[in-house]
Design a protein around this ligand. Structure first.
Ligand code: UDP
Length: 327
């Protein structure tokens, strides 16, 4: 029995693969290497290829006895999705439909899907529960919501069961220091802040200092990537035990402002981190904080690294030992 992981050489994917392999799962890791890193394989069986390649998918499903798919492979750059929505609907929706087609042809009927807090848009209440209205403010969030809705319909029509996991701000790195975050270009706050601490950037631009928050900077719910990985394993177990299609939010329920992240990173690194005020970034909501009670209650999810300081410590361990990422 094997699990097919798509995009398993990327950030959240590789951390999940590591935990799957550690508990003895046979992992087939399909990645096109656009954002993935070969060095992040963590003992999985890597196949280089694209999720839109039906012939390749048919080969994989006929060669291996796959019971479930963890589907991480996607594009995830919000501003790019606004500039080039076609690319996002093609990769995140159309290619996912190809994957689902071949799963159904092969009678593989369980999927864990990487969704996002971007499916909600501007929150009307925080912490945000799963049934909060969905009004994505960009094509990236809409592409993720579309797949969630498609997965609901595929359960009714074809009996394919899926769990969609909506990540809030994935951050940190495996505590071993062996794998971590390596995006190029990097737009996420914590790696950028740590690049300033490393002297690789002069300063961090703060996107808006007049938001209606306690210090005027945006509030986000940072969740450790290894805790996200743990949720994927719990979701796999739940599907194997017969659970029906559903969605779960994944965050810690604690919001931190951008300036709190900078100050915590200064404490962790012992270095000064220079900031400069900049314009608001289009599409940024002021506050995004998850309610994750549903997955805690239903699947027993228990984050091991919920506090911001530990999250940044693990990220710092990775960035300070891999200043140029995987290279
Ligand atoms: N942010 C910032 N400067 C940066 C990068 C991010 O001020 O160089 C802010 C961004 O506006 C948001 C928060 O930090 O409020 C987290 O941004 P990130 O891109 O890490 O994640 P997002 O919340 O957009 O998914």
């Amino acid at each position: 029995m094997a699990v097919l992981v798509t995009g398993g050489l990327g950030y959240v994917g590789s951390h999940s693969v590591k935990q799957l392999v550690e508990r003895g799962e046979h992992v087939i890791n399909l990645d096109n290497l656009i954002f993935g890193h070969k060095q992040a394989a963590c003992g999985s069986e890597v196949i280089i290829g694209d999720i839109g390649d039906r012939a390749l998918l048919r080969d994989i499903f006929s060669k291996y006895d796959i019971d479930a798919v963890m589907h991480f492979a996607a594009l995830a750059d919000v501003p790019e999705s606004v500039a080039d929505p076609r690319k996002y609907y093609d990769t995140n929706v159309a290619k996912s439909l190809a994957l689902l087609d071949v799963m159904l042809e092969s009678d593989v009927k369980m999927m864990i899907f990487s969704s996002s807090a971007a499916t909600f848009g501007d929150p009307q209440v925080v912490p945000i529960p799963e049934d909060h209205p969905k009004n994505p403010t960009n094509p990236y969030g809409r592409s993720k919501l579309m797949l969630e809705e498609i997965l609901r319909e595929y359960e009714r029509a074809y009996g394919l069961r899926a769990i969609s996991l909506r990540y809030f701000n994935a951050s940190g790195a495996d505590p071993s220091g062996e794998i971590g975050e390596d995006h190029n270009p990097e737009h996420h706050l914590i790696p950028i802040v740590l690049q300033v601490a490393l002297g690789q950037r002069e300063q961090v631009s703060i996107y808006g200092t007049d938001w209606p928050t306690k210090d005027g900077t945006c509030v986000r719910d940072y969740v450790h990537v290894s805790d996200l990985a743990q949720a994927h394993l719990l979701a796999l177990d739940a599907l194997r035990n017969g659970c029906q299609t559903t969605e779960y939010n994944l965050g810690n329920g604690n919001g931190y402002t951008v300036m709190e992240v900078v100050r915590t990173a200064e404490n962790v690194t012992g270095r000064e981190i220079k900031t400069v005020s900049a314009d608001r970034r289009p599409g940024d909501p002021a506050v995004l904080v998850a309610s994750s009670e549903k997955i805690v209650k239903e699947l027993g999810w228990k984050p091991k690294y919920p506090d911001l300081e530990t999250i940044i410590e693990t990220a710092w361990k990775w960035h300070s030992t891999h200043p140029n990422g995987y290279e």
